[in-house]
Design a protein around this ligand. Sequence first.
Ligand SMILES: Cc1cc2nc3c(=O)[nH]c(=O)nc-3n(C[C@H](O)[C@H](O)[C@H](O)COP(=O)(O)OP(=O)(O)OC[C@H]3O[C@@H](n4cnc5c(N)ncnc54)[C@H](O)[C@@H]3O)c2cc1C
Length: 319
Amino acid sequence: MVSRYIIQYPLLTGQAGNPPAPEEAPVKPPRYFAASTVAEASDILTAEEGAYVIAGGTDLVVRMRDGLIRPAVLVDIQRIPDLAAVGGGDGHLRIGATVTIAALLESVQVRHLAPLLAEAAAQMGAVQLRNLATVGGNLASAVPSADLAPPLIVLGAVARIAAAAGERTLPVEEFFVGPHRSALRRGEILTAVEVPLSGEGSGAAFAKFGRRSAQVLAVVNAAAWVRLRQGVVEDVRIALGAVAPTPLRVRAAEDLLRGRPPDPRHLDEAATAAVRETKPISDMRASADFRRHLSRVLVRRALERAVGRAREMEQTHAL
Ligand SMILES: Cc1cc2nc3c(=O)[nH]c(=O)nc-3n(C[C@H](O)[C@H](O)[C@H](O)COP(=O)(O)OP(=O)(O)OC[C@H]3O[C@@H](n4cnc5c(N)ncnc54)[C@H](O)[C@@H]3O)c2cc1C
């Protein structure tokens, strides 16, 4: 039924103008399907072997070009209404999965209610990439360095996941299973993330180190969220990216700060403890040792800025 809407999508195969060498098996171009509802997308993802969701394509198409994946069908979810919306209500901010990084950065609601996400978005890719790349794609690619993962984890965000059969939710912290492996099951689509609104006296910050200042994946990234009450840390969440098979929340480091004043000594201790929870690898971007060093520096930096912002919030409310 659905297959009559499927068309060939040869541009993504890299075959146009570049015929395969005679000994190479020809790569069959994937069929392309533009879904208009989540149920329609889910049906085809369930029915077709080798079907992949495509959103901005900035991760998927690179992996196809590099021969890492060979989708048989691409299911485009960008025409599904609602998935591209940002909206508030019930104490949270809802960000649709196909909201682009550029839209996230420009959204007045995001800047006002979850400025940490705008801070991270500003450090992702460059203009061209931000215009295509989506929030859902950043998470669903399940890359350990995904820049939105640590901020969403420390904000306590929840992933909304839908399939033809129904909907479920999962804390973003539990969404990642391993490199390129998320908790999504066959036929499921990430439809949105919901970010609880942080209360009075809280502040958050993001810090990233890349090999250059734009168009680059993080060597390490980190986010911190703190809530202060009467000069002590009432609650705190810290997360790191690119230092383990999945984005990582460092709970032992958090435990060292809860109930203590956020002075330089305690921030140093927490940053040092965070390093002990990491499991970095050496790769073409950095050695494991350098990643451990960066983890301490970036956690310390993110904590200091988060505490500064929380203090500003406290002072503003006291006026
Ligand atoms: C030059 C360059 C620079 C980059 N810089 C950065 C950077 O600074 N920071 C960073 O974090 N990343 C960066 N990236 C990686 C990538 O652009 C981002 O992760 C981006 O957010 C992916 O979103 P997308 O919409 O393009 O995903 P796509 O490529 O469309 O999809 C990625 C994966 O997620 C799946 N998927 C997408 N959406 C959904 C959904 N809603 N439900 C279920 N599955 C879904 C797809 O099937 C695919 O497996 C960069 C990439 C390039 C090429």
